[in-house]
Design a protein around this ligand. Structure first.
Ligand code: RIB
Ligand code: CA
Length: 318
């Protein structure tokens, strides 16, 4: 059943496409529960120019070149950008035949696009960051007044325990820990879709076969993208079961009942030689007096239901 347009959640996706970012975009645009107001981009999986081009390529593939794309700064707030070509390829979206963008990015850039879109929105907007948090941290630092128009931040990033880029840190938080600290200390409602939940949102050969079986160009392109992504995980971790990290942050908005969360206090380490970028999640009330739980930490998702949701979304494009 298609929800009443008045009840759809307005969202802005902030991303670094990125194979799993591409799936997150496809899920959001196919979900009747959300209205995508725009996409902002940041460097992370690949340099900014590549991730911005990739956002446009995904929108062209999906027939949604009408969705505005706005690019952020080329570097994190306080550090040089470090990317992940070994994971996503030099282009940031290796492995499939994607069209070129059909529209240019917005001239005003991500910071002004976010500010103007939020201030103009009739109701608070949910931000869905699926890359480093540079754009969101810069927005909150530069224009703190826009926080009143942010209903929630549903982000992919962080972890309660081990990281995936260093032993301590997940990649998105590691790239720009200063920006992440601004976000986690903002006081805004936050859903943190970290590695504990994303490693339950797994796609492997069976899910790829289901996408191939759709017999559609879009299904085949996403199957090809996943083949590339899965091969990296197979070589690196010895398993084809690959977390589709970023789409969980969208699922948490479109189908909140699908994602189990617990409220904990979370902050971000920015100076540790070994622990830079760690999300310090207090699941035992040990943060000290007065530090109340500030984040809904996502911990559970049903793999089969998630796969059905994402494959159903891709099938819906025809
Ligand atoms: O750690 C996983 C995250 O890093 C995902 O957002 C992936 O796209 C990369 O950006
Ligand atoms: Ca990402």
């Amino acid at each position: 059943m298609t929800p009443d347009p008045a009840t759809r959640t307005p969202v802005i996706i902030d991303c670094d496409p990125g194979h799993d970012d591409a799936l997150a975009i496809a899920l959001a645009l196919a979900s009747p529960e959300v209205e995508v107001l725009g996409i902002t981009t940041i460097g992370g999986n690949a340099p900014l120019a590549a991730t911005t081009r990739n956002a446009g390529r995904v929108l062209a593939l999906l027939g949604r070149a009408d969705v505005p794309v706005a690019a952020g700064p080329a570097q994190p707030l306080n550090r040089p950008l470090e990317t992940a070509p070994q994971v996503h390829g030099v282009s940031g979206l290796d492995g499939a035949d994607l069209p070129e963008p059909l529209a240019a990015p917005r001239p005003e850039g991500a910071l002004e696009f976010l500010r103007q879109t939020l201030l103009a929105a009739p109701a608070p907007v949910t931000l869905v960051p699926t890359g480093p948090l540079t754009n969101i941290g810069l927005l909150l630092r530069t224009y703190p007044e826009v926080a009143a128009k942010i209903g929630r931040i549903s982000l992919m990033g962080g972890a309660m325990r081990a990281g995936n880029w260093t032993p301590a840190a997940e990649f998105n938080i590691w790239v720009d820990p200063e920006a992440a600290r601004i976000v986690f200390r903002s006081g805004l409602p936050i859903t943190m879709c970290g590695l504990e939940v994303t490693h339950k949102a797994l796609f492997g050969w069976p899910e790829i076969a289901r996408l191939d079986a759709l017999g559609t160009r879009i299904g085949t392109v996403f199957a090809d993208l996943l083949r590339f992504f899965v091969k990296f995980h197979l070589e690196r971790y010895g398993t084809a079961d690959t977390p589709v990290h970023d789409a969980v942050a969208v699922a948490a908005v479109a189908r909140p009942g699908m994602v189990g969360t617990r409220r904990y206090h979370v902050d971000v380490e920015v100076t540790g030689e070994l622990t830079r970028g760690r999300t310090v999640v207090d699941d035992r009330g040990q943060s000290g007096t007065g530090l109340e739980a500030n984040v809904d930490v996502a911990l559970d998702i049903d793999r089969a239901a998630f796969a059905d949701l994402l494959i159903g979304a891709i099938a819906s494009y025809g």
